[in-house]
Design a protein around this ligand. Structure first.
Ligand SMILES: NC(=O)C1=CN([C@@H]2O[C@H](COP(=O)(O)OP(=O)(O)OC[C@H]3O[C@@H](n4cnc5c(N)ncnc54)[C@H](OP(=O)(O)O)[C@@H]3O)[C@@H](O)[C@H]2O)C=CC1
Ligand SMILES: CC(=O)[C@@H](O)[C@H](O)COP(=O)(O)O
Ligand SMILES: [Mn+2]
Length: 405
């Protein structure tokens, strides 16, 4: 049973109009009286944002694109404060006890930093901010009261497993991993839509092919990342940052059913895993309610309908992005920010039809080859590294476009 609550927990939903944001709304509305949404925020989707505001009645609504503010003001209930433009999303990221960061990409960094620096619980879906922000996000995480509870399904699974061996006190010490019987973390990957194909069979795949994820329905950027295995590579760095586990102790296994969401192995050979049907509302509810549990079941397994759970090694030759991420993670410092920025440029160029799917890893590798990592200590350092990754990737994209590839 959940703990009795006098007052609802306040929540800011940033990126409320996307896949994570709309599923967070589902979870909150399934738990009447438990949560109150005090702020909603998105980039440009006025209609969806206004509809959510009419339903959830937040105090404030923020929109990043300033030229959409007038339309939004006209569509939200009277008395709702509307913020717009630079700083608007950051401003509403301190309004609540729990901040859900469902923004896509590096644009989520200000939300992550604002929530942590204000000592809030951050329900983190936006992996890119932690990966690129590295040491700067870790410093903000040390703010009294601040905590990150992962929404990303694999890390939410690892979080649940680690609790079993570390206890709540051990979890509070993260990312300084306490002395523990943990041997390794094993992240599961669906393998994406191109699982089983060799590199030479992937030259002609289309955007529609890459967006056809076999098990999850998600926004376009992460869906393309899943198809290249860069999503898993980013998640390896995310696991390192979240839990303080070294890269030699983070492995990836392909599991096409997406039911085992990840595992930990202990020194005595035991494996602990978290299983559920692929439904992001479970990890979202976990991050909202931690250390309690919500009362609504999302993703419970009907064992009579489940015939097999399969596992295989990732094909690192056909999907080189996985090792590019390990390379950047091991290089450390600002290398993950460069990797992430280059990946965002490459994915954007692929979605825009400027490069082929097989060019994505080559563009990112070209950026990493020409980049010398530094040790970022400020947000400006992180922005610099992101900019360099983007510039180097843009050059590599332009080279491919002018070569007619
Ligand atoms: N979807 C999923 O199941 C999972 C997602 N994640 C992670 O969660 C994050 C969100 O993914 P997902 O929900 O799929 O993405 P979507 O593309 O579905 O949604 C993105 C959200 O971010 C907003 N947004 C886009 N660009 C900006 C910007 N420049 N500044 C501020 N807000 C912006 C969008 O607003 P608007 O609608 O106005 O454009 C929208 O609300 C990603 O980091 C992803 O890796 C992790 C695990 C699973
Ligand atoms: C739901 C979620 O957490 C995604 O990150 C998911 O893991 C993507 O699937 P892949 O395993 O194919 O990358
Ligand atoms: Mn994931």
């Amino acid at each position: 049973m959940p703990s009795p609550q006098a007052e609802p927990t306040t929540v800011s939903l940033v990126g409320s109009t996307g896949s994570i944001g709309t599923q967070a709304v589902d979870v909150i509305t399934a738990e009447p009286g438990r949560y109150r949404v005090v702020a909603l925020a998105a980039s440009r989707s006025v209609e969806r944002l206004a509809e959510q505001a009419r339903r959830l009645r937040p105090d404030r609504v923020a929109i990043a694109e300033v030229d959409r503010a007038a339309e939004l003001r006209a569509a939200v209930p009277a008395g709702t404060e509307v913020l717009a433009g630079e700083g608007a999303l950051e401003a509403v990221s301190v309004d609540a006890q729990v901040v859900v960061n469902g923004v896509v990409g590096f644009a989520g960094l200000p939300v992550t930093l604002a929530a942590l620096r204000a000592g809030r619980r951050l329900a983190l879906a936006n992996k890119e901010s932690l990966i690129a922000g590295g040491p700067v996000v870790q410093a903000a995480r040390a703010t009294p009261g601040a905590e990150i509870v992962p929404v990303d399904s694999e890390h939410c699974a690892v979080h649940q497993c680690l609790r079993a061996i570390l206890g709540e006190r051990g979890m509070e010490a993260l990312p300084h991993l306490p002395a523990s019987p943990l041997r390794r973390v094993v992240l599961t990957a669906s393998g994406g839509p191109f699982r089983g194909r060799r590199r030479q069979e992937l030259a002609e795949v289309t955007v529609a092919d890459a967006l056809a994820h076999p098990t999850w329905s998600m926004g376009p950027k992460i869906t393309v990342d899943s198809s290249t295995l860069m999503n898993k590579g980013l998640e390896v760095i995310e696991a390192h940052e979240l839990f303080g586990v070294g890269y030699d102790d983070i492995d990836v296994v392909v599991h096409p059913q997406s039911i085992v969401h990840s595992m930990i192995e202990t020194t005595d050979g035991a494996t602990l895993a978290q299983l559920s049907m692929p439904d992001m509302r479970l990890p979202i509810g976990y991050a909202l309610a931690y250390p309690d549990r919500i009362a609504t079941a999302f993703g419970a397994i009907d064992w009579s309908g489940l015939s097999r759970l399969e596992f295989e090694a990732p094909d690192r030759e056909a999907f080189p992005c996985l090792d590019l991420a390990y390379r950047a993670g091991r290089a450390g410092g600002s290398a993950p920010a460069c990797l992430n920025g280059a990946n965002e440029v490459a994915v954007d160029a692929f979605l825009g039809g400027r490069i082929r799917w097989v060019d994505i890893p080559d563009v990112i590798a070209a950026a990493l080859d020409d980049y010398s990592p530094t040790e970022p200590t400020t947000v400006a350092d992180v922005l610099d590294a992101d900019r360099s990754g983007r510039d180097l990737a843009l050059t590599a994209v332009a080279r491919r476009v002018s070569a007619g590839r």
